[in-house]
Design a protein around this ligand. Structure first.
Ligand code: NAP
Length: 251
């Protein structure tokens, strides 16, 4: 099946999202590169276009229902009906529970959970119309519990429930939903965590690698490779799954 598809990747200005956007474009999809700041999406769009692909920079806060509706409508208008969605946008507000503020909690829930819900609700309309769709949600090994991440672990576990429910509700329309749960991936997010605990990033990565069975930390491309399969036409019988991509059973 070689029909061109339109994909939306959120949080795609950098890190894992940027790698996924570039990979889906290389797979032949037109890709909407969505992030808070539209200008920050432009380098990724230019890289995709330079490689012969099609892409669009879209600025939107995934936690804002009106912005999400406008962004999805614009993508449908300019790139075609979006049938592939990767809910990747994310933030950290780490703190031990006794120091975690209401805002630390709400911000993480808004971006990860509300953002993925709003995007999925807006995109499923196009998927149902097209009788085809792929949704990939970015969970995390933190869903299994992680010190200092009561908010993030809860959101990442919640995304697994959203994924399974989307799989059940949308399956009959040819839509699959799966979650990728990365372990330690080298991005600005993990660099910020190193900075927060006062560690040099190279030392931080080396220490993390020692606890990972394959002996290294992950790269954004490790996640993009699985996203490529889960967003592609051949994965139609894989749905409602959570796949840990962590160099071992868990990081
Ligand atoms: P990253 O480098 O921090 O990139 C996240 C992107 O999301 C940033 O460009 C950020 O924009 C954007 N974003 C934040 N809030 C947004 C919002 N409300 N609307 C739209 N975009 C928003 O993170 P990453 O490491 O690539 O992580 C990507 C995803 O994988 C996240 O969901 C993360 O939780 C998950 N994950 C990462 C790891 C890891 O080790 N890196 C492990 C497990 C899971 P701004 O820069 O403007 O804030």
């Amino acid at each position: 099946m070689s029909q061109a598809r339109t994909a939306i990747v959120t949080g795609a200005a950098r890190g894992i999202g940027a790698a996924v956007a570039k990979r889906l474009a290389a797979d032949g999809m037109a890709v909407a590169v969505v992030d808070l700041d539209e200008a920050a999406c432009k380098p990724v769009v230019e890289e995709i276009e330079a490689a012969g692909g099609r892409a669009l920079a879209v600025g939107a806060d995934v936690g804002d229902a009106e912005k999400v509706a406008a962004a999805v409508a614009r993508v449908a208008e300019e790139l075609g009906a979006p049938t592939v969605l990767v809910n990747n946008a994310g933030v950290l507000r780490d703190n031990l529970i006794f120091k975690m503020s209401d805002d630390d909690w709400d911000t993480v829930m808004t971006v990860h959970l509300r953002g993925s819900f709003l995007m999925s609700r807006a995109v499923q309309k196009h998927q149902v119309e097209q009788k085809y769709g792929r949704i990939v949600n970015l969970s995390s090994t933190s869903a299994l519990g992680n010190r200092g991440q009561a908010n993030y672990a809860t959101a990442k576990a919640g995304l697994q429930g959203l994924t399974k429910t989307l799989a059940i509700e949308l399956g009959k329309y040819g839509v699959t939903a799966n979650a990728i749960a990365p372990g330690f991936i080298e991005t600005e997010m993990t660099a910020a965590t190193a900075a927060r605990v006062g560690a040099d990033f190279e030392d931080f990565k080396a220490a993390a690698a020692q606890a990972i069975p394959v002996g290294r930390v992950g790269k954004p491309e490790d996640i993009a490779a699985l996203a490529s399969f889960l967003c592609g036409p051949e994965s139609g019988f894989v749905s409602g799954q959570v796949i840990y991509v962590a160099g071992g059973p868990r990081a």
